[in-house]
Design a protein around this ligand. Sequence first.
Ligand SMILES: Cc1ncc(COP(=O)(O)O)c(C=O)c1O
Length: 350
Amino acid sequence: MGAVIDLRSDTATRPTDGMRAAIAAADVGDEQCREDPSVTTLQERAAELLGQEAALFLPTATMANQIALKLHSRPGDVLVADRLAHVVIYEYGGAAAHAGLMIEALDGRDGRFTVEQLEAVTIPSTKSADQRATVLAVENTHNSSGGRCWPLAELEAITGAARERGLRTHLDGARLMNAAVATGVPAARIAGLFDTVTLCLSKGLGCPLGALLAGSADAIERAWREKHLFGGAMRQAGVVAAAGVYALDHHIDRLADDHVRARRLAQGWHAGGLPVDLAQVQTNFVQLDVGALGLGRDEALSALRESGVGLSSTIHPTVIRAVTHLDLDDDDIDCAIELAPRALGAGVAA
Ligand SMILES: Cc1ncc(COP(=O)(O)O)c(C=O)c1O
């Protein structure tokens, strides 16, 4: 795209010089034979970070989620998740296609749902061999609600209630480190509440690709089989895993910078007359409801692109989003604050 300031997604980052040096120096081996030292190091580091016994390196967070769902269910079982969760709306029906799951979608608020909502869909069946809810998926931060976080107490309540009802629990923590940094709660404390957790390396953490699935040693041993089955077992994957280790060392604390920039962007746009809900901005996403300006989504995105600012669409028909990340600096944010209100005609009548 011709945009100068790429706020479409935090997946836009390119490896930094330091990360490229780590990639070049990576010690490698055959990953399928579990002989790649860089992959092993990354998996051990990730397990510790996520408060789990073991972790598995995978090409994408989608594959990590899909493997987790398979581990926790049998075909015909029911997955309980927020209606706008990534596993429900953006994984091409993988829960059904791969795990044979039916979905019980909850109408969450800001990506969160309550113990009462969970209870209402997990009433024990009167038949001995009926379909049943077996897996609960939670997303934190929640993409479609604009990168919002779950409070720890709510996560404790929902995972506790799920466990009492015999459900296995999965955390789609593609952006878990954003949630941990924003709330000040260690990632291990959040992820340790779940049976399995997905962490993505190619979003705010700045890697070219890669994700981790963490869980008990037994679950991850079973996940290895699924990784082969999905065609995700690799060879000298250490060149990518080394980027992951570098990211865990250098790119976690700096997520706070992305959050500060998102807030500044939101405040600047709000002051410039754009329809921003400041309460939505908890991490690195800023959502704009361009319907309030009388604009359609595509019209707004193309006006912004022409002015040199790249935003992207969301699942909500009139809402577009900006996402801050490590390839953007304060000057980029200043420019976007100036350019976007003009491009969208905000405050023209005033
Ligand atoms: C919450 C969430 N989960 C999972 C994914 C999937 O990530 P990947 O593109 O690595 O498959 C995304 C990607 O945007 C996401 O936002």
